[in-house]
Design a protein around this ligand. Structure first.
Ligand code: FCB
Length: 453
């Protein structure tokens, strides 16, 4: 039914991030990031894996861009390592860092691949962490300086900018759950960090537009579908709370509705806001809600929620449905519901799915092939879902597969493989997987293969 073509000019992309692929952590004046420190701290990542080498993309970017061209990508989303540009977080600019990204952009444009640049994908300079990091307002101000420097240097060739990747992960996953750098378990710090990441988006948007007047700027939020384990009011309330914590907290602020009152009430009742919302200064909410040129979001899975002991607590239930290597449920219907909800409840500009993808550990066969049928099925299901949403009127204009390459998957190290391209970390050889050739055909035809969907 949905084997119709995608809209003309649909943006077929793939995504990566700096710390996950670049390696070369000491090259050309790069400063230290919180992920260097975190991954080198015993017990923080599986088997102590670090991004020291990763995919060595810093030295192999030409080969990687050639692979993107072979894939037929229209757009490539990558991130810039803040510590390569401003090794101390603010102040002195490291020209060699800017030069690397200039070379990368040149290589992309030579293959007519549109760069989508993410300015912050989690590798905060340690100097800023030592000054307090995201719980401090000064970090948002430093981000705006950094954004202005990069936009001034690359804005003649880069038009599409994503300020911040996944404020939920930066704030709650990293400051409340402690799973990502800097590894804190501190609710008040996490909530303040959430505001400052959004503020950084607002201030950064201004700085980019001032430096590069033709820039198109957006923010990448990550959403998880949140559904109650039963129709019981307490389970429904747990789903409401989780949706507020993960999705609405950010979405409502960006859409101009401010922070959701039910969540402020829950956090207050829980004692997580000992000084109220004093970190929200006059004018902040207007800055955060300033219109973006596009709205980006990342989608992988859902959580099913049951009541916890308190209204601000919940339990995650795991229905026996198919899961990926990450343990994430495969749930394309959640993507459909989220897209329709975004479209009907919020007035958003055009939407791009800036990340969607799956980790499976299909082996490299002796003939150099990786038969990753599960990945093909996952992408197919999610793209068919995108088509349903487009048919229902959602202005979805692009899809970026996560990830181009197998890479350093944060706390999981190299034990997860999301790539369309297998990386042998001993040799750094790249092997396009079956999904690479399948996706190449989808891009070429601008539709799913007949028989799919
Ligand atoms: C997203 C991150 C990305 C990668 C994928 C699997 O949350 O943005 O870096 O880790 O998940």
């Amino acid at each position: 039914m949905f084997n119709t073509p995608f809209p003309q000019d649909f943006i077929w992309g793939a995504a990566t991030s700096a710390y996950q692929i670049e390696g070369a952590v000491n090259a050309d004046g790069r400063g230290e990031s919180i992920w260097d420190r975190f991954s080198h701290t015993p017990g923080k990542t599986r088997d102590g894996h670090t991004g020291d080498m990763a995919c060595d993309h810093y030295h192999r970017y030409e080969e990687d861009v050639a692979l993107m061209a072979q894939l037929g990508l229209k757009a490539y989303r990558f991130s810039i390592a803040w510590p390569r540009i401003l090794p101390q977080g603010r102040g002195a600019v490291n020209q060699a860092g800017l030069d690397f990204y200039r070379r990368l952009v040149d290589a992309l444009l030579a293959h007519t691949i549109t760069p989508y640049v993410t300015l912050f994908h989690w590798d905060l300079p340690v100097a800023l962490q030592d000054a307090g990091g995201w719980p401090q307002r000064a970090t948002a101000e430093a981000f705006a300086e950094y954004a202005g420097v990069v936009a001034a240097a690359l804005g003649d060739q880069v038009r599409h900018w994503i300020t911040i990747n996944e404020p939920w992960c930066i704030s709650f996953l990293s400051h409340q759950l402690g799973e990502h750098a800097p590894g804190l378990r501190d609710w008040p710090a996490a909530i303040a960090a959430s505001h400052h990441t959004l503020l950084a988006h607002g201030l950064g948007t201004q700085a980019i537009r001032a430096a590069a007047p033709h820039a198109e700027v957006g923010l990448a939020l990550n959403f998880t579908a949140a559904e109650p384990a039963s129709a019981a009011p307490a389970d429904r309330d747990a789903a409401r709370h989780f949706d507020g914590y993960y999705n609405r907290w950010f979405l409502d602020a960006v859409a101009g509705h401010g922070y959701p009152a039910d969540m402020v009430a829950d956090y207050t009742a829980a004692g997580y806001l000992p000084k109220g919302m004093d970190f929200v200064h006059p004018g902040d909410l207007a800055l955060i809600a300033a219109p973006s040129d596009f709205f980006a979001f990342n989608y992988y899975t859902r959580e099913v929620l049951a009541a916890g002991p308190q209204p601000w607590q919940y339990q995650i239930v795991r229905p026996p449905t198919p899961r990926t290597e990450m343990g994430w449920e495969i749930y394309p219907e959640g993507l459909y519901k989220l897209l329709l909800r975004l479209h009907s409840h919020y007035s958003l500009p055009r939407i791009i799915l800036s990340e969607n993808g799956v980790s499976y550990l299909d082996p490299l066969e002796a003939d150099g092939r990786v038969h990753d049928q599960g990945r093909i099925a996952y992408i197919q299901q999610h793209l068919a879902t995108c088509q349903r949403a487009i048919a229902a009127g959602v202005p979805l204009t692009g899809f970026f597969y996560w990830s181009l390459l197998d890479n350093f998957e944060w706390a999981f190290g190299y034990h997860q493989r999301f790539g369309l391209i297998h990386v042998d970390y001993n040799t750094q050889r790249r092997y396009p997987k079956d999904s690479f050739f399948w996706y190449r055909e989808v891009i070429r035809a601008n539709q799913l293969p007949v028989g799919d969907g």
